[in-house]
Design a protein around this ligand. Structure first.
Ligand SMILES: Nc1ncnc2c1ncn2[C@@H]1O[C@H](COP(=O)(O)OP(=O)(O)OP(=O)(O)O)[C@@H](O)[C@H]1O
Length: 746
């Protein structure tokens, strides 16, 4: 750790500004304010590393405050020397000097080259650049076309100004010539305080590379080759100024504001650094370009010397106090200084060395001076190419950055679409294939794009599973949360009617739903499409899938309606079937009854036949004369009756026999029926004829009967005839029933 070297230089007093009351008195390394009669003013005495009064020359200042830093720079330490003070206090005079008294820059350059000459065991390569910070813009003083340069930082080079021209130099005169050319481009302006006031901060930079001399100049470098690279900054700051004193207006006023602002930031940085490591906190290096460039010199790896210039006139006493306080604080700052050695064969010195030796061989025999000049030119060309490459690399990095931002923007848009599709696909659409196809498609796209993008910055977002979506009605759009995933284009949004169809009319209040957090997401560039095209493609694809989804939903609804109709028809068919089954069952019962009817009739006929037989037997017991009409009549009746019953039995037995079809067309029945009919007719005819006595015996028999016997006989005969009539009736009934049954079975 090493403290910053801080010195104060008092400009010679301007004769017209002689003090009447106070004056600054310099004693060794102390400066204090005294009254005219010599009394020191309490609290206004400051001590520094060195204090130079008006009689000090630039040579003395250089010797006291900066020489060590220049020598250290040659040995590999970073070094910075800058002049700080109010306007017209002598900063430019200190840094640049005059014809008769060259300033620190001149002396430093001369000293550096002289020092390198003294170090015989090392070889050096020195590059120089010259820039100014004018109105907070960095301009290249060696190349006017290089304006508004940007500050960058990387591990290899630390903080650097991209695109700044560097000239490889090998002697003092060459550098001074370059500086003179750069001075032409510097911004100066006249103010009430200084006829040639610096309106910008200037930084003259020397980059000193060195390596130990090696007699073996082959390209086979070992890893132990150490290159020292040190940066030496010689800074002439613009002076702080009070507008009232400088009388600045217009351009000068604007310049003055920028100058004061950047100096204020410098003061803040110094204040922070002087607070000590524990209290420091954030150091606002980035608040101005000046502090950003001087960052290594302020609390970093650099030997630093600050020359605070003051104007001794009483009129500037307040500004002087401010400068001295700044210097006091700066004195507390410590830097961590170390030699900068690099062990890479990419070092410019090595490449230059190889090239130089190759050229030397090629141009062997030519004039040495010419050769050196050619070599120098080639070195510069090479350096320009290096710078050009560096510039292109920075531009490429910027381009990549903007590309990434563009990708990010597209990806965010895409994820909004994914959110929307998640909601669409999950909102009551239970056809899994449809849902999967939409969501999977988009999520797959996201994953694909992420796999492309996350190589740079982004990772695949975890697409959260959307809750079952609902048809939503938003009561107010004014209270939407910031993270609400609003669709980017409303053409992608399904209208409310469609939502109703999809969700079967289920509606909820969207305000009651928890909104999905916005996702930080990425774009979907494919390998053969631009991000913009890709985004448009995905949007079209989403719309296409949504259309398919709607068509599928409508088809499903139609199918549901058809299905409902079919179900209703099915239910009706089942009812009808039940009815038919009942009818069949009834018919089967009837059929069974009908089938059983012949059997029952057969049984009835058998019973009747038995009764008929009994009746005939009883009636025959009353017949005494076998030859009487009654006997004949009874015999005929018996015969007819039996014939009738046989016919019926035959008929019904055929009905009960499963093997013989029960039909009325049976020829046997017809035959029997015919015989029965003929017998019945003949019997009735004979019966009618038998009512009259035909023979004399019959007539006599009737006459001989007593009155009582006649009554009894007639009574008995009447009953007998009545029975016969009953039997006939039964036979007629049986005949009728037989005919009826034949018709029924037909
Ligand atoms: N030590 C000195 N010896 C002789 N003359 C000096 C000295 N210091 C400054 N001057 C003169 O004072 C005038 C102002 O000095 P200079 O321009 O260097 O101030 P400055 O601080 O750079 O001002 P500004 O901030 O406005 O650029 C110049 O004419 C310069 O020659």
């Amino acid at each position: 750790m090493e403290n910053i070297c801080v010195g104060v230089r008092v400009r010679p007093t301007v004769p017209s500004e002689l003090s009447n009351g106070t004056y600054w008195k310099v004693e060794e390394n102390r400066i204090s304010l005294h009254k005219v009669h010599g009394t020191p003013i309490s609290g206004l005495s400051y001590a520094f590393d060195h204090v130079c009064d008006g009689s000090c020359t630039n040579a003395m200042v250089y010797e006291l405050l900066t020489k060590d830093i220049m020598h250290a720079a040659v040995e590999g330490f970073n070094g910075t020397a800058f002049a700080y003070g109010q306007t017209s206090s002598g900063k430019t005079f200190t840094m640049s000097g005059s014809e008769t008294d060259p300033g620190i820059i001149h002396r430093a350059v001369k000293d550096v080259f002289a020092k390198t000459q003294l170090i015989s065991d090392r070889e050096f390569l020195i590059r120089v650049s010259y820039m100014e910070i004018y109105n907070e813009e960095i301009n290249d003083l060696f190349a006017v076309e290089n304006q508004k340069l940007q500050i960058h930082e990387n591990l290899e080079r630390g903080v650097f100004v991209a695109g700044l021209r560097e000239e490889i130099v090998n002697n003092t005169e060459q550098v001074l010539k370059l500086i003179r050319s750069g001075e032409v481009n510097r911004h100066f302006g006249e103010t009430n305080m200084n006829v040639r006031s610096s309106r910008s901060h200037t930084i003259f930079r020397m980059v000193i590379e060195s390596k130990a001399k090696d007699t073996n100049l082959s390209s086979d470098y070992s890893s132990s080759d150490a290159i020292r690279v040190s940066v030496l900054n010689l800074v002439d700051l613009a002076g702080s100024e009070r507008i009232a004193k400088t009388g600045a207006g217009g351009v000068r006023l604007k310049e003055g504001k920028h100058i004061n602002k950047s100096l204020m930031v410098l003061g803040n940085v110094i204040n922070k650094l002087s607070d000590g490591a524990k209290q420091r906190g954030h150091i606002p290096y980035r608040d101005s370009k000046l502090t950003r460039i001087l960052q290594p010199a302020l609390g970093g790896n650099a030997k630093t010397s600050i020359i605070c210039t003051i104007a001794p006139e009483e009129v500037h006493i307040e500004e002087t106090k401010g400068t001295l306080q700044f210097a006091s604080r700066a004195k507390c700052i410590t830097n961590c200084v170390q030699v900068n050695e690099i062990l890479t064969d990419a070092a410019l010195l090595k490449r230059q060395k190889l090239e130089i030796e190759e050229l030397r061989k090629k141009l062997q025999g030519s004039h040495a001076e010419v050769l050196e000049q050619v070599i120098l030119t080639l070195r510069n060309d090479l350096l320009k190419h290096e710078l050009e490459r560096e510039k292109l690399q920075i531009e490429l990095e910027d381009e990549r950055k903007s590309h990434r931002e563009h990708d990010k923007s597209i990806w965010e848009q895409q994820m909004k679409i994914v959110d929307l599709c998640d909601i669409v696909t999950s909102s009551g659409f239970d056809t899994k294939s449809g849902q999967d196809s939409v969501t999977q498609c988009l999520k797959q796209e996201c994953n694909d794009s992420n796999s492309i993008c996350h190589g740079d910055t982004f990772r695949t977002p975890c697409v959260k599973a959307s809750p079952k979506a609902f048809v939503a009605k938003r009561s107010s759009y004014l209270t939407l949360p910031d993270y609400s995933p609003l669709p980017d284009t409303f053409s992608n949004v399904v209208d409310e009617d469609t939502w109703l169809r999809i969700n079967k009319g289920h509606i909820v209040d969207l305000d009651s739903l928890q909104m999905t957090l916005a996702r930080k997401v990425q774009s979907f560039p494919s390998s053969d499409a631009t991000p913009a095209c890709s985004s448009e493609k995905y949007r079209q694809e989403v719309q296409y899938l949504k259309r398919k989804l709607l068509i599928a939903t409508e088809e499903r609804n139609e199918l549901e309606i058809t299905c409902t109709c079919l179900q209703r028809e099915h239910a009706e068919q089942i009812l009808l079937n039940h009815r038919l089954m009942d009818d069949i069952s009834g018919l089967q019962k009837e059929a069974k009854l009908i089938q059983e009817m012949p059997k029952r009739l057969s049984e009835s006929v058998a019973d009747c036949k038995d009764i008929y037989g009994d009746v005939l037997s009883i009636m025959q017991s009353f017949v005494f004369d076998e030859k009487s009409t009654s006997a004949k009549l009874l015999s005929s009746t018996s015969e007819i009756g039996m014939c009738l019953f046989r016919t019926l039995e035959t008929h019904f037995s055929m009905g009960t026999d499963d093997h013989i079809p029960f039909t009325g067309n049976n020829s046997l029945i017809q035959e029997q029926h015919k015989v029965l009919y003929e017998k019945l007719t003949s019997t009735i005819t004979s019966l009618v004829l038998s009512q009259t006595p035909t023979t004399e015996n019959e007539q006599l028999e009737v006459k001989q009967c007593s009155c009582e016997n006649k009554v009894a006989a007639w009574s008995q005969l009447s009953r007998f005839h009545a029975l016969i009539m009953i039997l006939f009736s039964i036979m007629l009934l049986g005949l009728f029933y037989l005919n009826f049954f034949c018709i029924l079975t037909l």
